[in-house]
Design a protein around this ligand. Structure first.
Ligand code: JHZ
Ligand code: ZN
Length: 423
């Protein structure tokens, strides 16, 4: 079994931001230091194991001017999203079902008809736009990863292989594509140039059109101790207050906010050319103010709470392994890479990891170097305890694994407080 093996990434491969990604102001304040962590979504092959896994410093800072929480270390998008990027939105049945409902609701509300166009930024494997195609709506996906674009096209989804920005929007407009609806789910946090992305959306959107953006909510990160969702791919952790300011700066208005249970707590934002924020926006702002996320006081205790959570989890892992032997892991999630590395797990503690995404099979969890196997291994190998790295999908995973539970298998849910689930 390969042991942990890491090496600091060359300093030329990353940099540190000194001004806010949203408002451009300096004076970014440190919030959290997670040490040296590999790129969370870049899974080594067996050949890659000949070299140690590169690790990068990972610190989180907050902008005192607009309140945006952000990752200080900047890794270029070309390093993060190439053909080693194996995330497939279709790996979650819940996510696909929610995407389908989102499209059908837009059709039902008259937002998408036979003459309308829906554009999705980061359309991934076509998990959402396939439903628009199915409903007879013109759908245009945008995704920079060639393999993902090919998978989406195989489902009949017209896909432009590119990063979205102001220039791409201009090219689409020149090709006669204007969007009645723009969807950007779980991509806004990855964006390098927020100004260019916002203005590209503003330009591409037809008059009276609608932008729908889903982002993990910073309140859920802080309140739910989801520190494992901080990684280099996630450049920003959005709150409603910095978002209102960001959109206003680029000719857009955040008019409505919906709360979703995705990723421990996400926001679905409705953004338009004009209009006014409704009560849902004001309510979310009130929650952020009460939690100290606007004046920054809520961040003061965060690092200490994370340290306590890490210490608690390390103790639970040690006790579990002593009693039950090495665990399996469920979910080769990006957040799992972070958690495994912050805890310093070795394959003596989590020997192998299963994942529903076949593209990850045969790869290894960065840093931990546990092999990634198909989900059936849980039945075949019957580990006593499985560490649930994909804790955000607890309900879906435990329903899928009812037989493993019934056979006496246990799942260790790591965050916010470690607990064991058994039947
Ligand atoms: P999942 C992702 O992070 C990817 P990750 C990305 N970095 C991002 O921005 C955030 O979401 C918001 C698997 N799985 O979605 C699929 C099963 O095996 O929680 C995934 O590999 N069985 C773009 O990677 C992993 O677990 C299942 O039943 O942290 C979970 O990944 C389900 C539901 C998932 O996020
Ligand atoms: Zn700022």
């Amino acid at each position: 079994m390969p042991a942990r093996s890491t090496v600091p990434a060359p300093p030329s491969s990353w940099s540190r931001i000194t001004s806010c990604r949203a408002c451009g102001e300096g004076g970014l304040q440190p919030v959290l230091d997670l040490g040296q962590v590999p790129l969370a979504d870049v899974f080594p092959t067996v050949e890659d194991l000949a070299q140690p896994d590169p690790v990068y410093p990972l610190t989180v800072v907050v902008c005192p001017s607009c309140g945006l929480l952000q990752t200080r270390e900047d890794v270029p998008a070309s390093e993060l999203f190439d053909d080693r990027y194996l995330y497939r939105s279709s790996s979650s049945a819940d996510l696909v079902a929610r995407a389908r409902r989102q499209v059908l609701d837009l059709v039902g509300a008259g937002r998408l008809g036979p003459d309308a166009t829906i554009v999705e930024i980061a359309s991934n494997d076509g998990y959402l736009l396939r439903h628009a195609v199915g409903a007879g709506v013109r759908a245009v996906g945008i995704d920079p990863v060639a393999a993902l674009a090919a998978e989406a096209r195989a489902l009949g989804v017209e896909t432009v292989e590119a990063f979205f920005d102001r220039d791409l929007a201009a090219n689409l407009l020149a090709d006669g594509i204007r969007a009645d609806v723009i969807v950007a789910n779980n991509v806004f946090a990855h964006v390098e140039d927020l100004a260019s992305t916002c203005e590209g959306m503003r330009d591409l959107l037809a008059p009276g059109g609608l932008i729908r953006i889903e982002v993990p909510w910073v309140h859920a990160l802080v309140d739910g101790l989801a520190f494992d969702t901080t990684y280099h791919e996630h450049r920003c952790h959005f709150g409603v207050v910095p978002l209102v300011r960001l959109f206003a700066r680029h000719g857009l208005v955040l008019t409505h906010v919906e709360h979703l249970p995705v990723h421990g707590g996400s926001l679905r934002l409705t953004v338009e050319h004009s209009g006014a924020p409704d009560a849902s926006v004001r309510d979310a702002i009130a929650v952020e103010e009460a939690a100290g996320l606007v004046d920054g006081s809520g961040y003061a205790a965060f690092a200490g709470r994370v340290d306590d959570a890490v210490a608690r989890l390390r103790a639970v892992v040690a006790a579990t392994v002593e009693r039950h032997g090495p665990m399996a892991g469920y979910g080769a999630a990006a957040k799992g890479t972070v958690l495994a590395n912050v805890l310093g797990l070795t394959t003596d503690e989590v020997a192998w990891v299963v994942d529903r995404n076949a593209a990850k099979h045969g790869r290894f969890v960065p840093g931990l170097r546990a092999p990634i196997l198909s989900v059936e291994a849980l039945v075949d190998r019957a580990p006593e305890v499985t560490f649930l790295f994909a804790w955000n999908h607890e309900a879906e995973v435990l329903a899928e694994q009812a037989a493993v539970l019934a056979a006496g298998g246990r799942f260790l849910v790591p965050l916010p407080t470690p607990r064991t689930v058994a039947s």
